[in-house]
Design a protein around this ligand. Sequence first.
Ligand SMILES: CSC[C@H]1O[C@H](OP(=O)(O)O)[C@H](O)[C@@H]1O
Ligand SMILES: Nc1ncnc2[nH]cnc12
Length: 320
Amino acid sequence: MVNASELPKTFNGPIDLGIIGGTGLYQLDCLEAIAVLPPVKTPWGQTSSPITISKITGDSEEHFHVAFISRHGLHHQFSPSTVPFRANMAALKHLRCKAVLSFSAVGSLQQQIKPRDFVLPQQIIDRTKGVRDSSYFNDIGLVAHVGFGEPFSKSFAEYISKFHGILENPGVDEPCELHFDIDTTVVCMEGPQFSTRAESKMYRMLGGDVINMSVLPEAKLARECELPYQMVCMSTDYDAWRDEAEPVTVETVIGNLQNNGANANALASAIITDMANKMPEFMKTGDGLKGSIKMSISTKPAAMSKDALEKLKFLFPDYW
Ligand SMILES: CSC[C@H]1O[C@H](OP(=O)(O)O)[C@H](O)[C@@H]1O
Ligand SMILES: Nc1ncnc2[nH]cnc12
């Protein structure tokens, strides 16, 4: 394998898929890098990590390009509250990604979602504390309200769920499952501390299935960038709701990261290979999101701030 420092630091063509790796997934070994962009500067700050660009050649010799960002940085230096979420999503949009696939280590709030199972949530409950910058449209002079009733891309989730057979659980009798249902809900808490037992039980009452600290504002920002977005949640623990068991610790999480990482690589590899052979419809059409941001702007053109518009050109060079 070529040393990252010997690879080009620029890449000019459009990227097809953006991938965000979370805890324990700081790179995707299934991908061979062709360029490594140093942390990208955006109007919302610098990305949390360099962006690794990879090229996959499909059956028809067409090239498919992937950009990978490590959410917490290559050395896990950004806590969930300090991840530069706006910069990360803006960089993927600027690179002209057509969709974003995100990975996250989560706690399970349901008995049937075992540690090492994967989950494709379709709903979110927001338990963050308002300390994260969660919009590109919160400045004076450019206000927009995007629809967020269905925060994930159902088409993308359906596409991913085709590959459920890929997950392995070596040395354990029970197979790893891929859970996907229209009501499956991820709770996003602020952290960095884990939940109390009482909170964990409350999240179950609210209808939570899994819990993490990072789906927000990532999913909101993807929506504001008109990007189809799906998070693959990888269960590492049973959080704190089970009275008979010790509440989650980081050791429990780490204990399951290795298997989850291997399955994440296998799943990503299958998805990318399939996409390289035939681009899925939701990526070709934009999954109904194309042009949505223009319709969501409330500010009258005469009152729009030049500064705000200038920043947004980074995301939407053709809109204003
Ligand atoms: C180390 S456990 C808590 C940590 O793990 C998850 O990270 P990510 O979503 O980036 O995989 C969770 O959201 C917390 O940030
Ligand atoms: N129990 C938990 N709560 C929040 N984030 C997590 N990430 C992994 N396990 C978690």
